[in-house]
Design a protein around this ligand. Structure first.
Ligand code: PLP
Length: 397
């Protein structure tokens, strides 16, 4: 436990007093040598676990060559990763960022600039969905629409409107001649691991086509293999015009990207956007290395298999201990347990058996093991989850 007389950090995080010194696969290890099985994966960031030798080598080799080169100059490593991302997705164009919020910020600018280029500068409004989370910049907070999150920050940035994804008529009545785009996470992460129905995603695609709107997917959390496909949207059989990714693509190195069709990106002309660090060579080699592994033959099939084991195991826990957990949501290796008691209490009981999980809105415990988790570790995790929950169930009897 670290107790500091002076607290030099912003008080914005309520941190758990646990510090880790190193990581190995799905495990985090404290200075004292205590091992924790990590089912948060750095909130979907450490998709290949900790200390992956292939990622370490890719980064170390680049460290000896070149750390940073300005976007004033060509960067072959960016081109390589962008060619791969576009070949693997709906997109033709990529802008690299350092975070998810920046990727979404770029997506929002791309959508507004598209309509501006078409002679419609009045089309700047973006529709988003209740429970959404898109980042912590002023624009992405406005997009997220959570009133608590922009308290005390001055006027909320204009042009964002939220609807419930259970209310199509509210959505339709929100669209007018000023609407530019609809933005949605195919699976809400922070909002409580809510899977958006494929039917709704297809409805949004048709609606955007009809009304000349752009469709933006935020796959910062659910993308890059988490669902067993490279992108979550592939399951629904519809593609967006613009998409933000981040988290897992860097495997722990700060990296994000905004992907778009050539048509949607046509307004992003010279000078309309930029980044000092975006597309940094260190980030690019790691992004390429992450893709090398995720695209290996059988990798995503294995994710689907692990997801099946996780879902099966958790559903048994849910059926045995309904007084503690009474439902399951999510998809692939992005799963939420609905809690009948406070989710914070459940997470803390899990931590007491050295299993790490993270909360989400709607009283959900979120579980996101690394995509390459060993089968034994997955079963170990399930048994710890059951142990923690059984202990809580006994306590409330
Ligand atoms: C984490 C997250 C973001 C923000 O990413 P940062 O890297 O924290 O800026 C945006 N959208 C979704 C869906 C996320 O899960």
């Amino acid at each position: 436990m670290t107790i500091q007389a002076r607290k030099p950090l912003y008080d914005t995080f309520s941190r758990i007093s646990l510090g880790f010194e190193r990581g190995d696969g799905a495990w985090l290890i404290t200075e004292k040598g205590d091992k924790y099985l990590d089912f948060t994966s750095g909130i979907a960031v450490n998709a290949l676990g900790y200390g992956h030798p292939y990622l370490i080598k890719a980064l170390k080799d680049q460290v000896d060559r070149l750390w940073h080169v300005s976007n004033l100059f060509e960067n072959p490593l960016q081109i390589k990763l962008a060619l791969r991302l576009t070949a693997l997705s709906f997109a033709d164009k990529v802008f690299f960022t350092n975070s998810g919020a920046e990727a979404i910020e770029c997506a929002l600018k791309t959508a507004r600039r598209y309509h501006y280029m078409n002679g419609h500068p009045e089309r700047f409004r973006i529709i988003t969905f209740e429970g959404a989370f898109h980042g912590r910049t002023l624009a992405t907070l406005a997009a997220g629409g959570n009133p608590n999150s922009f308290e005390g920050l001055g006027p909320k940035l204009e042009g964002f409107h939220q609807v419930s994804f259970f209310d199509k008529s509210a959505l339709l009545s929100e669209i007018n001649e000023e609407t530019a785009a609809i933005m949605i996470e195919p699976i809400q992460g922070e909002g409580g691991v809510r899977l958006v129905s494929h039917e709704l995603l297809r409805f949004l695609r048709d609606l955007c086509n009809q009304k000349g709107l752009l469709l933006i997917f935020d796959e910062v959390q659910c993308g890059i293999g988490r669902t067993g496909e490279l992108f979550a949207y592939e399951w629904a059989g519809v593609s967006p015009d613009i998409m933000g990714i981040a988290k897992a693509i860097g495997g722990g190195f700060p990296l994000g990207a905004c992907l778009a069709t050539a048509e949607a990106a046509k307004g992003m002309t010279v000078g309309t956007h930029g980044s000092t660090f975006g597309g940094n060579p260190l980030a690019m080699v790691v992004g390429n290395a992450v893709l090398d592994i995720i695209l290996e033959d059988g990798f995503l099939d294995r994710v689907k298999k692990m997801a099946y084991i996780l879902e099966n195991g958790l559903s048994q826990v849910v059926s045995r201990y309904p007084s503690i957990v009474n439902g399951m949501e999510g998809f692939g290796l992005l799963v939420g347990l609905k809690c009948a008691i406070s989710s914070a209490e459940v997470i803390s009981a899990m931590r007491n058996v050295n299993l790490l999980a993270v909360g989400a809105s709607r009283n959900i415990v979120r579980l996101l093991p690394p995509l390459n988790i060993l089968e034994d570790d997955l079963y170990e995790g399930l048994s710890r989850i059951e142990k923690a929950i059984a202990h809580l169930a006994k306590k409330i009897l």
